[in-house]
Design a protein. Structure first.
Length: 393
């Protein structure tokens, strides 16, 4: 055995000088015919590369076209060139599959989106929602519950009819479900997987997605109902300026006169309608991928007005790849939802623990007459002058 190995070693030693000699003739012999470091450097410098050393041996000497035009083993395309072409969307791809995003194999501009979604967006969520909860807690500790100051009458007046309350609670319950399932999708990987593991999160993620996608229709329907029944009471007028000047008496002092809805409630109403509609639009765009693109056109209009230049910023990206449209839709959907959720935290606080007598308005539909006189004096006068209150009737 030892003798056999020695013979092989001798044979190898005898052939080695021949290979070395070949290497000086053909620089690619050392790489087994593959490109050399010099080839790579030439290409990186942008110099034309003679890749006949490959195309010759693959039986395709005519192949002088740019290497990105070629697929498979024919031709001189090196893998890095090909992948780079895919990455920067310069590869001339054809496919039998049909659809808006099929020719995008690698989407380079997905990297910043992923980094933003997993970093700053998570911080933004924590800061916005956590910050609002801290502020509301401080407000409660400093201001306490907003009480009914005068003597209660024991009489009630109707504030919201059954259909109005149905619209409100459909909106509220769907929004809360969408908020919870949305947060599970947004933060699940970062927060839930490390705590509960992949297995448990998988089931939760599937259920969340199903609930989120289907409950969205209830939210959109409720948005329409709430808009139709309350829009007439939410047109801004002069009483709102007086209400705002006194901050509604929220921080002390008398409550300024108000109609059915005060200026604070009108702001909440319009925030719900405008932001809710925007969330619905971006949600539909996500629900039917690549069908409803909202951003490329908007960006080109904004660029056309020169808006980014006003702030010394570069133009917004245009045109956009189909996937980029989805990425912007996802970010917009998440950020606008977070802003609305923070606003709704304040609304829920004032509609429940924050203000004595408020919840009855949406719970039973009836409010204490004294509450109505203190918080919505103009509206209370109108209703009381029109018909007697409940317990007197
Ligand atoms: C458990 C959660 C909620 C509670 C306890 C609650 C409570 C209330 C109450 C008591 C009112 C009537 C206020 C008044 O009589 O003047 C009201 C009105 C309203 N709610 Fe809610 N609500 C909740 C969730 C939501 C959600 C999630 C939304 C929207 C996404 C919403 C949107 C509205 C709007 C637009 C109004 C009319 C304007 C206003 O009063 O601000 N509510 N809510």
């Amino acid at each position: 055995m030892l003798r056999l190995m020695t013979v092989f070693a001798l044979l190898f030693a005898m052939t080695a000088p021949a290979s070395a000699q070949e290497a000086t003739e053909d620089p690619r012999a050392a790489t087994g015919g593959a490109q050399t470091l010099e080839d790579i450097l030439r290409r990186q410098e942008g110099l034309v590369m003679d890749d006949s050393f490959r195309s010759d041996v693959t039986g395709n000497p005519e192949n002088a076209a740019p290497i990105t035009d070629q697929l498979g083993t024919l031709g001189g395309a090196s893998d890095p060139d090909l992948w780079r072409a895919y990455r920067y969307e310069v590869a001339d791809l054809t496919t039998q599959a049909r659809g808006p995003a099929v020719t995008t194999m690698i989407q380079d501009r997905g990297m910043w989106w992923q980094a933003f979604r997993e970093g700053p967006l998570v911080l933004m969520t924590a800061a916005l929602l956590g910050g609002t909860l801290v502020l509301l807690t401080l407000f409660y500790l400093i201001r306490g519950r907003i009480r009914i100051h005068g003597e209660k009458t024991g009489r009630t007046i109707t504030r919201f009819k059954a259909f109005e309350r149905f619209g409100h609670w459909l909106l509220a319950s769907s929004f809360i479900l969408l908020g919870l399932t949305g947060l599970i999708s947004l933060l699940g990987r970062k927060v839930l997987i490390p705590t509960f593991g992949h297995e448990a999160f998988s089931g939760l993620a599937i259920a969340s997605k199903w609930i989120h996608n289907n409950v969205s229709w209830a939210f959109m329907l409720a948005l329409v109902i709430v808009f139709v029944v309350w829009v007439v009471h939410n047109i801004p007028d002069r009483t709102d300026l007086r209400w705002l000047a006194k901050a509604g008496g929220l921080f002390g002092g008398d409550h300024p006169p108000a109609k059915k809805f005060n200026a604070g409630q009108k702001l909440i109403f319009w925030a719900v309608i405008v932001l809710g509609t925007s969330i619905s639009a971006s949600g539909i765009s996500l629900l039917f991928p690549f069908e409803f693109n909202m951003f490329a056109h908007t960006f080109s209009v904004i660029n056309g007005w020169g808006v980014p230049g006003w702030f010394g910023l570069p133009d917004l990206p245009y045109p956009l790849l189909p996937h980029e449209e989805m990425q912007f839709a996802q970010l917009w959907h998440a950020i606008v939802s977070l802003v609305l959720t923070a606003i709704i935290f304040a609304h829920i606080y004032l509609g429940s623990v924050g203000m004595e007598g408020a919840f009855d308005a949406m719970g039973k539909g009836e409010v204490e007459e004294q509450w109505a006189r203190e918080h919505h004096s103009i509206w209370a006068d109108e209703v009381l002058n029109a018909k007697p209150s409940k317990s007197e009737a």
